[in-house]
Design a protein around this ligand. Structure first.
Ligand SMILES: NC(=O)c1ccc[n+]([C@@H]2O[C@H](COP(=O)([O-])OP(=O)(O)OC[C@H]3O[C@@H](n4cnc5c(N)ncnc54)[C@H](O)[C@@H]3O)[C@@H](O)[C@H]2O)c1
Ligand SMILES: OC[C@@H](O)C(O)[C@H](O)CO
Length: 282
């Protein structure tokens, strides 16, 4: 591991130039530079993130997902709102490093250099631990944890080759900090907790290349992931145990996410930002 030094241009502070107006400084602060890759790009939280990145100036996006048809629906929607940007989709199973390598090559060929990776690909199940098949345990960790690592590794190699630095964000969860209740989700909770450690480890190893690695931890957000059979009672328990009394809207994740990947987040590294309406105060 090479430690960063104070004169490393890849980790320099880069405050806005003095001659900018107040409006330009605000834009600079939350500017999302260059092109971003979003895994799980067909999902609900990913679509909101994609809109936010484009609103904040991202020049292009690659939405990677196991479900390319659904990702293409997101691309069409984004194109109608941002016709001047390059927005593409790649069919990728994040468990497969060969598919990741080919999606990365194609994304770079179409978009150019990459600045940001945001890992949203994830799955959840509500199987009690006593009856958990080994295959379900492995699949959950393969997608949520190993998939995030493999994508981060591939993109970090690309960022090193570009010598540009960049930002990587894993989507952990409040489930990484406290066990979900009342639904049994041991595999999910465990996979998300490991992401917190992975982000710290990679931040330590990759900071000298100008690569920041962080997590974002949503609380219960109102998405399809939380609409499975049997979760109706759970939803009312989640709301009762939340000081704000409700689930999060996907839009409410995007401000903190933009902070992490924009100029404003240049000194945020190896940490986790919890966005949960206060769910963990109890
Ligand atoms: N919704 C919440 O309340 C919440 C809370 C905390 C964390 N999260 C996390 O946020 C992320 C996105 O959640 P969401 O609510 O938008 O769910 P979602 O189901 O809408 O999105 C998940 C996406 O991941 C994709 N995916 C699944 N397996 C994949 C694989 N092997 N390769 C590539 N793509 C794959 C799915 O096709 C889907 O498009 C997940 O990692 C989830 O664990 C969600
Ligand atoms: O902890 C909240 C989430 O990570 C998740 O949305 C939920 O547990 C899925 O049912």
């Amino acid at each position: 591991m090479t430690l960063s030094t104070a004169d490393n241009p890849l980790t320099a502070p880069r405050p806005p130039p003095d001659n900018l107006s107040a409006a330009q400084r605000t834009a600079y602060r939350f500017q999302v530079n260059g092109n971003a890759i979003i895994t799980g790009g067909a999902g609900t939280l990913a679509l909101e993130a994609a809109k936010a990145f484009l609103e904040h100036g991202a020049s292009g996006l690659a939405l990677w997902d196991l479900n390319p048809e659904q990702a293409f629906e997101s691309v069409k929607q984004l194109h109608s709102q941002f016709p001047d940007r390059r927005i593409i989709t790649e069919a990728v199973d994040v468990r497969d490093e060969t598919q990741i390598a080919s999606a990365l090559e194609s994304s770079v060929k179409i978009l150019g250099t990459i600045s940001t990776l945001c890992c949203f690909a994830g799955v959840v199940g509500c199987t009690p631990a006593l009856s958990m098949p080994a295959a379900e345990w492995r699949r959950t960790h393969d997608i949520n944890l190993t998939g995030s690592f493999l994508c981060a590794q591939a993109v970090a190699r690309q960022l090193r080759a570009q010598n540009t630095g960049g930002s990587i964000v894993f989507t952990a969860s409040i489930s990484a900090h406290a066990t979900n209740f009342p639904q049994p989700q041991a595999a999910y909770n465990s996979s998300k907790t490991a992401l917190l450690s992975l982000a710290k480890s990679l931040a330590a190893e990759w900071s000298s290349y100008g690569i920041r690695v962080n997590c974002i931890s949503p609380g219960y957000m109102d998405t399809i992931l939380n609409e499975g059979a049997g979760l109706e009672r759970a939803r009312s328990v989640w709301n009762e145990r939340n000081p704000m009394g409700r689930m999060g809207h996907p839009w409410e994740l995007t401000g903190p996410l933009v902070l992490l990947v924009s100029n404003a987040g240049r000194y945020i590294n190896g940490t986790d930002v919890v966005v949960d309406g206060g769910a963990m105060v109890f």
